[in-house]
Design a protein around this ligand. Structure first.
Ligand code: PEP
Length: 252
């Protein structure tokens, strides 16, 4: 059984006081929720403050990005070891905003994934097609390309420590959610890619989150799909009750 995993990506939002208040509220309201893994992803400058706010709770946290390099003359970058030092368990890699706005490539995501794993962080690696690619019937091809370029060289042991997030770019921050069937089809395809590249038991073990305009009102039907193991949530993770409403949609 894959344990459901709901993650909240706060992106470049909130100030220090707002981040602490939101983290504390999510930590408090998620007490006693034993059947699901939960993590929040504040802006990196607030990770230390969030660490204090969630201390003693079961709410984990991580960063929205990191460098592929361990240290050195890389102005503005943050290493995996620095994230570990701040108590991070996870890091989001290859988010579509980094791929399509900031020009990150599959090769970049691959290097970052290896660096995260070497530091014992759990990477949440994002893949997903743009609207024109879906409309051209190229979704499967794009997902395969992103998987091969970002994750295809990992060993079986390494891939076993990765979480994959399927996030159709056209559904991120747009309010246009993929239908449960559209999402399930791609998740099933990803599991087949994993089975072909590795083996059936690895394919069955890896968690695949869906992301793209998930909110409390649509979470349950997405999370009810056989191959959807959780959600990577953007906008709706900025309100504790809405985020916990999504968590409530996890199949029991
Ligand atoms: C995201 O940022 O990963 C995301 C899915 O955003 P939203 O939920 O706002 O669409």
């Amino acid at each position: 059984m894959r344990r459901p995993f709901i993650a909240g990506n706060w992106k470049m939002n909130l100030d220090r006081a707002g981040a602490v208040a939101l983290a504390a509220a999510v930590a408090e309201k998620s007490r006693g929720l034993e059947n699901v893994d939960l993590a929040i992803f504040p802006p990196s400058v607030y990770l230390d403050a969030v660490r204090g706010a969630v201390a003693g709770s079961r709410l984990a946290y991580g960063a929205q990005n990191m460098s592929d390099q361990p240290n050195g003359a890389l102005t503005g970058e943050i290493s995996a070891a620095m994230l570990v030092d701040l108590g991070c368990r996870y890091v989001i890699l290859g988010h579509s905003e980094r791929r399509h706005i900031l020009g990150e490539t599959n090769a970049d995501v691959h290097k970052k994934t290896l660096a995260a794993l070497a530091a014992n962080l759990v990477p949440i690696v994002c893949v997903g097609e743009q609207l024109a690619e879906r409309e051209a019937g190229r979704t499967g091809e794009v997902i395969r390309e992103q998987f091969a370029g970002s994750l295809g060289n990992l060993s079986a042991e390494q891939i076993g420590r990765v979480v994959i997030a399927y996030e159709p770019v056209w559904a991120i921050g747009t309010g246009k959610v993929a239908t449960p069937q559209q999402a399930e089809d791609v998740h099933k395809d990803l599991r087949k890619i994993l089975a072909d590249r590795y083996n059936a038991s690895i394919a069955q073990a890896i968690r695949i989150q869906y992301g793209g305009s998930v909110k409390a009102s649509n979470a349950a039907e997405l999370l009810a799909q056989e191959n959807i193991d959780g959600a990577l949530v953007g906008g709706a993770s900025l309100k504790a009750d809405e985020f916990l409403g999504i968590v409530a949609g996890v199949r029991r």
